[in-house]
Write a protein that binds this ligand. Structure first.
Ligand code: SAM
Ligand code: SF4
Length: 329
């Protein structure tokens, strides 16, 4: 088991497959991009599968989510998914993606064993998309979403980050779009994880503001709190249900006490929290010939040291040096 000293057990492994991306969302990375991780430091597919095998076979991981950067840019993604699906016990496999290229990859990914997907979509307006993500790719994202649904990946969830003065007026339109298409909408508060360190609390669209905007059109009632479990999203029934909307208030409504996540970066570092300031290197021991049990032990120790909370609301909070795109969101 991957237990920490506050009684939490990590069962959800989130793996960054690459720190590279084909968008430049302003809340994530600067327009010019970043210095990408050097190729030799990246875990190979075989190394990755060995680590995932240890996680599910020895450490109690039951869910594996591939993310990035943009995971669809990882060559071999379909093969990585099918090798993960062949592990015993088989974990649930999900993907967080910006959707570009998904139109082509959705069906092969489903066939390889992908169970669930989250596609990021912050706006339905092409000009706003360019303003926000610096690339004219809205049509690709919408095509990717449609392909995911028709490939039978369920549920298809849509993630949106709202920014004041850019897309904060689109909360209702985004939710209605998801209701019309059978996607599950989730709004995420902007967190201090951008590479530019430009996050300011006063700029953030809060969970309260999102709920107020949605309440102008819909009646929202909190869903059964027991159904939430360790999920970060608070879910609300829309107009009595059964459709729901999720709001992830990482900053104003932290859910650290119920967190069951652990992260692995594309260069083989375990992070016990998105906001951790320390990482545990698995790549070096892996390449130096460590046994599975030795690696499992290092992993257990990394999780045991997890702090009780992310500390964003503490006066001394320091943003982690790795940006979200290199940690895996
Ligand atoms: N590129 C993929 C994507 O955009 O879905 C996967 C990686 S991205 C880092 C994962 C999720 O993190 C996306 O839904 C994105 O909107 C979100 N995200 C990125 N930066 C964020 C920030 N500063 N605050 C909150 N969410 C953020
Ligand atoms: Fe790329 Fe995702 Fe970051 Fe946008 S949020 S720049 S799509 S990694």
């Amino acid at each position: 088991m991957l237990a920490d000293s506050y009684g939490r057990v990590a069962t959800d492994l989130r793996i960054s497959l690459t720190d590279r991306c084909n968008l430049r969302c302003t809340y994530c990375m600067p327009p010019e991009g970043l210095d990408w991780l050097p190729a030799p430091t990246m875990l190979t597919d075989d190394e990755l599968i060995r680590l995932i095998g240890i996680a599910v076979g020895t450490l109690g991981i039951t869910e594996v989510r591939f993310t990035g950067g943009e995971p669809l840019l990882r060559r071999g993604l379909v093969d990585i998914v099918s090798r993960t699906a062949a592990l015993a016990p088989r974990p649930e496999i999900s993907l967080t993606t910006n959707g570009i290229g998904l139109a082509r990859l959705a069906a092969p990914l489903r066939e390889a064993g992908l169970d669930r997907i989250n596609v990021s979509l912050d706006t339905l307006d092409a000009a706003t998309f360019v303003r926000l993500a610096k690339r004219d790719r809205l049509a690709d994202v919408l095509a990717g979403l449609a392909a995911a649904a028709s490939a039978g990946i369920a549920p298809v969830k849509v993630n949106a980050v709202l920014l004041h003065g850019i897309n904060d007026h689109e909360a209702v339109d985004l939710l209605q779009f998801c209701l019309d298409h059978g996607y599950h909408m989730r709004f995420i508060e902007q967190m201090p994880l951008d590479a530019q360190h430009g996050w300011r609390r006063e700029d953030m669209v809060t969970a309260d503001e999102i709920l107020a905007a949605l309440s102008a059109k819909y009646t929202l009632d909190p869903d059964d709190p027991d159904a939430r479990g360790s999920a970060p999203a608070e879910t609300f029934l829309i107009d009595g249900g059964p459709a729901t909307v999720g709001v992830i208030g990482s900053v104003t409504r932290p859910f650290c006490a119920a967190c069951d996540r652990v992260r692995l970066t594309a260069d083989g570092q375990v992070r016990n929290c998105l906001f951790a300031r320390q990482e545990s290197d698995l790549r070096t021991p892996l390449r130096d010939g460590a046994t599975d049990e030795e690696i499992a032990d290092l992993w257990r120790r990394a999780v045991a040291a997890k702090l009780p909370g992310h500390g964003i609301n503490d006066p001394g909070f320091l943003q982690p040096s790795r940006p979200m795109s290199a940690i895996g969101g």
